[in-house]
Design a protein around this ligand. Sequence first.
Ligand code: FAD
Ligand code: UDP
Length: 374
Amino acid sequence: MKCDFLIVGAGLAGSVLAERIATELNKKVVIIDRRQHIAGNIFDYRNQDGQLIHKYGPHIFHTNSQKQWDYITKFTEMYPYFHRVLGFVDGEFIPVPFNFNSLYQVFPQKFAKSLEQKLISKFGFGVKIPILKLKNDEDEDVQFLAEYIYKNVFLNYTTKQWGLTPEELDPSVTSRIPVFLSRDNRYFQDKYQGIPTNGYTKIIENMLNHNNIKVLLNTDFSEIKNDIDYKYLIYTGAIDEYFDYQFGQLPYRSLSFNFERIDSVKFQEVAQVNYPNNYDYTRITEFKHFLPNNSDKTTIAYEYPIEFINGANDRYYPIPKVENRELYEKYLKLASETQPNTFFVGRLAEYKYYNMNEVVGVALSLFESKISKM
Ligand code: FAD
Ligand code: UDP
């Protein structure tokens, strides 16, 4: 088989590039995936109740970039959904990220008010502060509050999720969910937010629906690399695997989901409830909240973090830590020295904790800065 570009991985990164190359450059693309479906970790499907189920965990598209938003909305309509998350803390369901509404829920009114005033005068209203930064504040009251939030919201959730404490991870992990000095209960404050009305898989289907693109599923790169005659390779799989783990394996975290269909109209107040301190799962997602649905049944997923074991489960999260980054850099150096005409892009190939919009961003800029100029 012959093509201009072979793309490994039919997830978001590979599919954006396939679409750009086929449409803008009019070149032939073969895109492969070892899984039996397209869309990678954003794969979703409609169940018997007409609800779109996110097979690999809850996905909400959010971005401040008009360019990313304009691109993704060429392939879907977006339902204006704003993600709200509750955390089960001290017997109460409180808004997460921790904000002033959470503060008033967990402390008596008078004490909460004095903390609110202190935080506003010290940092300003509407400011977001990473928990590890707040914990280092010199003010005693701020320290007390930070310690409370750290212990009740972050420590046990993070230990469950990563098998590591917040301090053992890159600070960027916990600063994804900063303490928010506001009454805004939304999980994200990005300008553009939504859920694709027909799901994420449909977006990928629309991207790949082009005469210049051929899709091969159940196909591993190692099995076909010598059978396809290509000029350029775009690789969105794990970079350590590409190089046969010659410097050792890059660590990942995996997940296991327990889906339940329930004979009830609603299970919980919001799409996502986090359980930092109880149970072995981190969160429960109820998919029905994402898009309008009139069924009298609902489906939920319990999410259990597990160790990634090569060959036994999937890679979900790169683990952001200095030594892991250093190992990744070794592979990157090897790639730039030995792999001409090959591009490594996406969450696995770049070993980066990317959100979907960031994947769209890096794929578009790779296309614009390099691929379109070849
Ligand atoms: P992937 O989706 O992993 O695609 C890579 C593909 O390559 C896979 O399908 C894999 O099977 C294939 N592959 C790998 N190696 C080979 C090989 N050797 N041969 C053939 N095929 C191969 N982002 C958000 O913006 N909002 C969210 O709410 C959000 N929630 C998330 C929740 C969870 C639980 C997780 C895990 C991620 C979430 N994300 C979210 C992030 C989002 O899933 C990723 O940014 C995105 O899916 C990454 O796309 P990708 O193409 O880089 O990687
Ligand atoms: N986190 C936490 N408690 C929470 C929510 C998040 O400790 O209630 C921490 C945890 O380390 C988590 C990280 O913040 O892995 C990022 O959370 P996010 O919701 O962005 O995780 P994702 O949706 O990517 O799994």
